[in-house]
Design a protein around this ligand. Structure first.
Ligand code: ADP
Length: 424
């Protein structure tokens, strides 16, 4: 009997000591029955949550949790109670004075009897808001660093492309320009040194003229591209009958394509589109000229024009040499030419497609290509029927020479360009 009383006194004393210790701790301390019912909280809990024991005993603590963390916390606690495994979870707990949720790490361990059965749970909840912040800051910093690295890589790529473009530019200037000048020098030396009859003289003079036009056109293209890229070109918008424009471009190309048949599939539903007539003509002529140039053995060139909802889709398909799949991305980069046995006798400066792309994009359109090596290529472009308003620095272009050569000059130079390239 006396032993019982002593044991009871000891137990009360130990309970008192535990509570004293728990209340002096900066953390929230709690205990629970083996069935998960919370039966004790230290003072810190009441100070923090502002709740009474009656409100939070048992499962009442759930009311202080952030709604997004509740389900997971309940499940984790029920799992520990069922299995006797240690409980550990992070959740946000509402702070009474300002109703702000702060992150807490909650842990509980089971107390077992001699048979190993859980008799009670002893738990703590520690404020880890500052650590969480640090973690988030670190994650944010890491993602910023990753972004910065990506940007740096992209800048590096652009720089690489720029360097490549510069190398290409020098290669084109030294090769194309020199080849054309050599040809002019050769023909003019012949005229100077030999006695030709009138018709032979005219033929050589014509060759010199053609080469001079080629040089002129190369320089024009070079300047055009730079002006377009610098945003110094203004679109002169009007209602354009694209079917008629394509027909005219095809007629012009037919005159220089001796070994090709050009078919045209027009879309009668197509209304007039809002575009710069001359610049779209330049786009189409460039694509048609390439279709002729890069199918030196002839074949069919198919032009199609299709209305697709609020856009018009034009494609120019040839049966020529095609393009290696891994080089498809490069051909729109200024001065890039594909060097192969098939292209070695075809003249060009690698400026046509970059100009096409810039002009199409100025019309809020897009251009792309599909190609199969040795089977032909299909160049596509898509334009909106109505152009969104594009700001243009109108006052900057007043002193500029026109970008697009005059109709006659353009026709002449393009024709001779292709014709001379066909001569090799
Ligand atoms: P250029 O014809 O003056 O070299 P482009 O910018 O028009 O310049 O074309 C770039 C490169 O793309 C060409 O050098 C050629 O290798 C390739 N290319 C363009 N059009 C075709 C085509 N229809 N078929 C095959 N290759 C083409």
């Amino acid at each position: 009997m006396v032993e019982d009383i002593n044991q009871q006194e000891e137990s009360v004393q130990s309970e008192y000591n535990f509570r004293l210790l728990a209340d002096s701790m900066p953390q929230i301390v709690w205990t629970a029955r083996r069935d998960g019912w919370l039966d004790y909280y230290n003072q810190k809990w009441f100070d923090y949550t502002g709740m009474t024991f009656a409100q939070t005993q048992g499962w009442g603590w759930a009311a202080a949790l952030h709604p997004d963390d509740l389900q997971q916390s309940l499940e984790a606690w029920m799992y520990s109670v069922k299995t006797g495994e240690a409980f550990e979870i992070e959740y946000r707990l509402k702070q009474a004075p300002d109703a702000i949720y702060r992150w807490h790490l909650s842990r509980a361990l089971p107390v077992r009897d001699e048979q190993g059965r859980v008799t009670q749970w002893f738990g703590t909840s520690t404020d880890i808001q500052n650590e969480k912040f640090a973690e988030q800051r670190l994650a944010h910093q890491l993602s910023r660093e990753q972004e910065a690295r990506k940007e740096a890589e992209q800048a590096g790529m652009t720089l690489l492309q720029l360097n490549q473009a510069q190398r290409n530019f020098i290669a084109v200037i030294s090769h194309e320009f020199r080849a054309t000048l050599t040809s002019i020098q050769g023909f003019s030396a012949l005229l100077r040194d030999e006695d030709f009859d009138a018709s032979e003289t005219r033929e050589y003079a014509d060759d010199i003229h053609t080469d001079a036009l080629r040089l002129h056109r190369m320089i024009d293209n070079l300047l055009d591209l730079e002006k377009i890229r610098a945003g110094k070109i203004k679109l002169s918008m009007e209602a354009v009958d694209l079917n008629a424009l394509l027909k005219e471009a095809i007629e012009r190309t037919r005159q220089i394509s001796l070994w090709h048949t050009i078919s045209f599939q027009r879309d009668e539903r197509l209304p007039t589109i809002e575009a710069d007539h001359d610049k779209i003509m330049q786009v189409v002529i460039n694509l048609l000229s390439n279709a002729v140039k890069y199918s030196p053995h002839g074949g069919e060139i198919r032009v199609t024009c299709t209305l697709e909802e609020a856009d018009v889709h034009v494609s120019v398909q040839d049966e020529g040499m095609g393009i290696q799949p891994d080089l498809l991305d490069q051909i729109f980069i200024p001065y890039s030419r594909i060097h192969s046995a098939a292209t070695q006798y075809i003249q060009g400066a690698g400026l046509g497609l970059p100009i096409v792309r810039q002009l199409v994009e100025m019309h809020a359109g897009k251009v792309w290509v599909e190609s199969e090596l040795e089977h032909g290529s299909c160049f596509h472009f898509m334009l909106p029927l109505r152009l969104p308003i594009i700001p243009s620095p109108a006052n900057e272009i007043d002193d500029m020479t026109p970008v697009v050569p005059t109709e006659a000059a353009f026709h002449q130079t393009t024709t001779s360009d292709v014709a001379s390239s066909m001569r090799g």
